[in-house]
Design a protein. Structure first.
Length: 178
């Protein structure tokens, strides 16, 4: 197809702007000459006869003959079959390419989701944390101090247990570092 370009000049824009305010006068059509009038009725009569003939042929068959549907003969199959085969082969190939693209897309989606999952797991993975030593003794001391806030001497045995436990934990850590 050819390339087309539209050029709008300033004069055309100004003419259109000026013409929009004005009312355009309709041009009068000239009447046909009298010499042409006799030809038109003849064509009208011929057209009416053709229409009437076609209606009678379609609507009512001749007596004794059954009405048969029109027969459409196929065009030369060799010329069209070559074009159709070419179109079909291109269509099948494009469908195969489309299927391959869909498979690749599905594979890429799976890979991306797996990578995203591993990156997220690596980023938000908490390092292994050892449990705090003497956690039970610490909780016992806290609950005792809450219960006996005005008389903390009653929590002295629990506090001694907590101190002994923390001393043992420090010794284990220092011996493991050596």
């Amino acid at each position: 197809m050819g390339d087309f370009a539209i050029h709008i000049s300033a004069n055309l824009v100004s003419q259109l702007a000026e013409d929009s305010g004005k009312v355009k006068k309709k041009t009068k059509k000239t009447k046909p000459r009298k010499s042409q009038e006799p030809q038109q009725p003849q064509t009208k009569v011929n057209q009416k006869q053709i229409l009437d003939d076609s209606k009678t042929q379609k609507g009512t068959p001749a007596p004794g003959w059954p009405l048969q549907p029109p027969v459409f003969l196929p065009l030369s199959p060799s010329a069209h079959s070559a074009e159709l085969d070419a179109i079909r082969s291109v269509l099948h190939e494009s469908e195969r390419v489309l299927e391959k693209i869909h498979k690749q897309e599905e594979n890429m989606v799976q890979e991306v989701t797996e990578r995203a999952k591993t990156l997220r797991d690596q980023e938000f993975k908490l390092p292994y944390q050892k449990p705090l030593p003497c956690l039970a003794e610490k909780d016992a001391c806290e609950s005792c101090y809450k219960e006996f806030g005005k008389d903390p001497l009653k929590c002295l045995p629990l506090l001694k247990n907590y101190a002994d436990c923390s001393r043992r934990a420090r010794q284990q850590v220092s011996s493991a570092d050596k």
